[in-house]
Write a protein that binds this ligand. Sequence first.
Ligand code: H2B
Length: 96
Amino acid sequence: MVGRLTADARSAALSKLIGWSEVPGRDAITRTFTFRDFNEAFGFMTRAALVAEKNDHHPEWRNVYKTVEVVLSTHDAGGVTSRDIALAAAMNRIAG
Ligand code: H2B
């Protein structure tokens, strides 16, 4: 199993991930994506879901119309790991 990142490693990784920040009071990272409409938001979720399923690493997320609020944490490890960083980077690429 992959291990939790240290606070320094998490900060370093976050500095390269546009839009992502730490969740206050929890070892997790978050970004809220805003799209033009529901169609784009759901398209993003569909593509991200395929990546998540392929890697067996899944987001916590909430969709309201054209926004998708994502929280990433590795449940098995109890915090942020390299798997969350990889999924966050993939989501940024998908969102363009
Ligand atoms: N997703 C996330 N975010 N964290 C996990 O620890 C995790 C997961 N574990 N997806 C996977 C599934 C595990 O439950 C299965 C059995 O491989």
